[in-house]
Structure formats: structure tokens, C-alpha cells
Write a protein that binds this ligand. Sequence first.
Ligand code: T1G
Length: 696
Amino acid sequence: MSDRTEMRREGRVAVITLATPPVNALGASLRESLARRIAEAGSDPEVSAIVLTGAGKLFCGGADITEFGRPPQGIDLNGLNAAVEGSAKPVIAAIHGQALGGGTELALACHHRVATPSARIGLPEVKLGIVPGAGGTQRLPRVVGPRKALEIITSGNPVGARAALETGLVDALTAEDRLVADAIAFAERLIAEGRPSPRIRDRDDRLAEGRDDPGLFDAFRAENAKRFRGFEAPEACIACVRAACTMPFEQGLAFERETFLRLVAGAQSIAQRHVFFAEREAAKIPDLPADLPLLPITRVGIIGAGTMGGGIAMNFLNAGIPVRIVEAKAEALERGLATIRRNYEGTARKGRISATDVETRMGLLAPGLDVEALADCDLVIEAAFENLDLKREIFGRLDRIVKAEAILASNTSYLDIDAIAAATARPERVLGLHFFSPANVMRLLEVVRGAKTAPAVVATAMALGRRIGKIAVLAGVCHGFIGNRILAQRQAQANRLVLEGATPQQVDRVITDLGLPMGPFAMIDLAGLDLGWSRETSKGETVREILCERDRRGQKTGRGFYDYDEARKATPSAEVEAVIRAVAARQGVTQREISDEEIRERCLYPMVNEGAKILDEGKALRASDIDIVWINGYGWPVYSGGPMHWADGIGLARIVERLRALEAEHGPDFTPAPLLATLAAEGGSFSAFDKARRKG
Ligand code: T1G
């Protein structure tokens, strides 16, 4: 096995470096190599202490996730940690960048830990649907106490080095650029003092917090019930930390291992690991040269200071990119600026940013009433009213105003980017940047590539998405791109189902029972029933038109499909149900009892079917991209992996069989997409389809 570590001696200190790019993941060869180095250093009479550090940008990114689900190879992480912890010579973990998962567990098996001030230390396993599986749930509570350990392990979020110093997770901070030298000095002091090497496993003073207060775990579970809803791993993390407080160390370790093995084989962890890799795949655009030079984006212009324009602006301000924002009317501009400031002040009140940050970000924002002010912008994003003629007029003007190399983007949710690009003399610099509301919160960014969009413009947009903290997914031009095109299928069925006898609340419950944050009708109430509706053109024929005419336009009018109280709590409306019954009668639709299973199949299978069409038309690069869109744009729960991964779990043959039965009963809305029918007939899956494309 090629060596994945390096070792050198500095005086009486052996320095062992994890050297396995890109993240020093603790795969079998690195574990073997590290165990060998520890043994060598342990038996070298010239060595009195050992420093463990990571090459590259971080200490260690944890176990090698690609090994999960495969037969174990070589020494496992618990075995390696036992060798480190059992060393007669003190082992000091010298941490920079990140120590995550198994990397943190390795550091906890060391006798001491030092870190640079910018280092971050965490146990993100819960985000992969598992528990720390190499002693993290047993050692961490012995250092920081059960309560703090519960927070760190069930959140999966890393802590900064200064906070780690305060809780005793690290023993000392080093200079940012002298990590190894300072770690060696720390080791030399240990040698001089001749102190024994303290093993965390021997400490149990901090565990009293969990032993003396058995209600601690129930209270923690209750406090976090909403956050943990539907997930298995958080509860398992709680059980493991409780085991640390109630079992001897070795027994607790065995309980943790057994829990890890159970979860890592489970559907939720398989789904969450799928999402981990899918997020990274989404950034890869096969037909773009890897080293394509990106276009500089030093100043961004935004047209429209409404909800979307203001939210979009915040993304760039948060990344330190100056923004010029223009509106047609002064009062709309003022309102938009006030909303942005109010959002920042709210974030500052929560302690997530400082008051200085608020002023710094607002200082980067230049408001105006004339698009001429955007002349010096490298990128202009249009977030005006969803009307193609208006957008074409705006792009035509922009084309004459902004510099030749500027990129022009529309935030349109549905409209034809090619038609918008055709209004300019620079179609190669036009694309869609579809943000999801609230734009400063939702992580998803659909980058919509026009027929003529230049590769460098696509690459720049994908990189810019990452720079502002988004998950960028490339989409092709079609009505609704990826997310909204699939959403339209679900909405069509939801509207049909309530005409046939289901209630809005029943349909919404079936969808929220799958783990999505809200159902179709609550979502319409949030967005507003009157998007695209006008009293002048309303015919009063559909449920939506009638509700709009009665001013039941959604949360903003206090009533939509539901009635809302001051706290925006929704209650079903008898009036709405009467309207639905009247429209059904007028359309000759016989109402009947409808089962949850029928609602689930009729809402979800057409979504999967549309995803297959989007794939087949090349409007999405991968099925996993569609999963990423639905997880980050609509709240599909990571624990079932997104609609396409979820469909693989149901079985494509089963889905096609049910679509055919629904087609026979309800018509061509359910006709299986050719790609879906083919995959089903071949016993295939979307996962296999993606893998074949990657190889292809
Ligand atoms: N295993 C395998 N591959 C990994 C990996 C890992 N732990 N971490 C990253 N990669 C790959 C990633 O897929 C990508 O591959 C490349 O490395 C660069 O990653 C026993 C069981 C460390 C903060 O959850 O959070 O330890 O796309 O683009 O932005 O208790 O990677 O280039 O082919 O993300 O600089 C716990 C997961 C594992 C950390 C670096 N650890 N990684 O971010 O690079 S379970 C984690 C990250 C565990 C133990 C348990 C990030 C990073 P490719 P990247 P980055």
C-alpha cells in the first residue's frame, strides 16, 4: 500500500503527517500507514513524544465515506484510535483547517490537542444519517460534558478553535502559521515535565452531568423535536451519549459501534450519503473545460428591489461584493432598502452577524432609480415582474447601457431565456440565475444555460453560486427549468384531487408526512394565489380564480385555501370546500373518498415522471441534480434523498406499473416517460443511469 503518511524527527519529537489528498480521509491505506508510524515511533528510543498533523488544507476530513457499505479492510478506526491512545509516549494532535468525524475521533484518542485559531472541529456524522462510529460519542462527553456533546454531535456543526479551547476540547492554540513548530514546543514541554499521557477514556468527572440528571436526555430530545422530526440518527446520537454516562467505556464503545453499523446500512444514511456526493457532482459540468478562465465579477447590478431583488442583493453583499440596485419608483426603492436593513438587523439581534457587519454590507449597496447606473457592472440580474415582453424590453435597454463584457441574467422562474437573450446583441452573455424565495436563505440556484450562452459565462455563474454560498445546479431552457417544471406536475394533480373529493388539508398532510415542510396548498397560500391573476381577465371558473375574486389570495390577505390567524396559523375553510364542491359540480366531477395512498401516488409519481423527461431532454445533467434541486429549493427531506433517489427506493418498475394503471383511469397525464419506461423494463435505476452517464 502506498504510504499515505510521512514521518520525520525533530529532536525527541516524531512528527507524523497524514498525507492523503484531498482531505486526508481515513481510508484503509491511511489507517494502516498511520498505525505503522505510531508503532515505529513508539519503539524508537530516540522518540519521547509524537505530533500528528495533516498535509494540505486540513487535519482530516474523517473516515472515507466511499468505504461505507463495503467489506471492512485492514485496521478499523477504533483499532487505530486504541493504538494511539495506548501509546506510552504522548501523542499531540496538531489541527489546522478542519478535523471532522473520524478526524476528530482520532484527535480525541490523542493525549493532547493543539489547534490554529482558524481551525474548526466537528462530528458531522449525523448529517450522513449515522453516529460517530469511532469513539466520538464516548470520548467527547468526557471532555466537554454530555450536554455540550449532545449539541455538537446532533447538530453535526463544527466548533471554532477558540470555543474548543474554552470547553477543553483543545489544550492550546498555536500561531496561525506555526502550528507544527508550536506543537513540537508543546511536546517538548511535556517531555521536560515528564507527565503521564492522560487518556480521555479514563476521565469520567464530566459525565456526572448525565448521571445525576437522567432527565437531561429527555429534555434535550423535547427541545429539538422539530429539528429531529423524521430523522433516525439524532435519536441514536442521544442514545450513544447516554451510554457514555451509564456504561463502562468499552461497553459504551461497543454500543456506539453496533448503533453505527445499524444506521450505516439503513435507508436514511444511504440517502444522506447520496446527497453528500450529489451536491459535489452538481458542480461538475462535463462539457466545460476544467481550466476555463472565469470572468471577473467585482460589481453586481440588480434590477428590482422587491422581495426577490432585495434577497438576491443580500447574497452578494454577504460575500463582500458591491451591488447597485435600481427600481422604477423611489418609494419602492426605499421600501426595498428598508427591508434589506431590517433583515440584517434581525440577523444581528440573533448574534449571527455584528452591528458593524450590518453597516459594512449596507455600505456596499448603492441604490438608484436609473438603469444607466448599472453601466459599470460585471453582472446585471433582472428581477422584475414575470412578463416576457417586459423582460425583453429591459434586456434590450441593458444591452445598450452596460459594458460589452458584462453578463446579463434573468431571475425568471419559468420564462424562455433564449427569447430574452434574443432581445440583446450579446446572447452568449445571457443566462438565467433562478434564485428561490427567500433568496437570501434558500441555498438553491438554478443556473439556466441558454442555447448561445458561452461556456465561460456558465462556468463563471456556477463558481459565483459557490462564492455566495449557494448550491448551483445547471438547467436547460424549458418551462419552469427543473424545480418548477416538476412542481407544476404535483400542483396539477393536487388541484385535480381536491375536485375529486380530497380536501386541501388532506393533500397537504400526505406531502408533509413525507417530510416536506409544507404541502401544495399551504405553499400556494404562502406564494399568493394571485400570481398571474387579474380581476380584469378573471373568468371566475376555476377554484383559484373564485378565491382570488373573493380576496382569498393567500397569507398576505389572511385567507387563501386556509384561514390564517395573527400568528399565521392555518385552519381549514368551509367556504373553500364549498367553492371546490361547486366547481366540481359545474365540471361534472363526482366527488368521492380518496385514500392517502392515491394522493401520494398521484402527486409524486408524475413528479418522478417529469424528472425522467427533463433528464431525457438534457435539461438536467443528472438525476441526482434533480434531487439536489428539490432538497435545496423545496425542502425535500435529505433522509429520503430527493424524488429520484426516493423513486429508486420504490422501484421504477413499480412506479411505471402504477402510472399505467393511473393512465388507464385518468388519462395521458400519467403516461410513463420513455426513459422511465426503459429503465423500468431493464430493471434499472436513476442511480445506475447517472453512473453510466459519468462513465459515458
Ligand atoms: N470521504 C471520502 N471522500 C470525501 C470525504 C470523506 N470523508 N470528504 C470529502 N471527500 C471528497 C469529496 O467527495 C470531493 O470529491 C473531495 O473530497 C473534495 O471535497 C468513523 C464514520 C472536508 C470540509 O462528513 O465536509 O468520519 O468531488 O469538495 O469543499 O465516526 O469535504 O473531488 O471527487 O467537499 O474543501 C465524516 C465530509 C465522515 C466530512 C472539505 N466526515 N467532507 O471541503 O472539499 S464519516 C465528513 C466535508 C466518519 C467516523 C465517521 C468536506 C471538507 P470529488 P469537497 P472542500
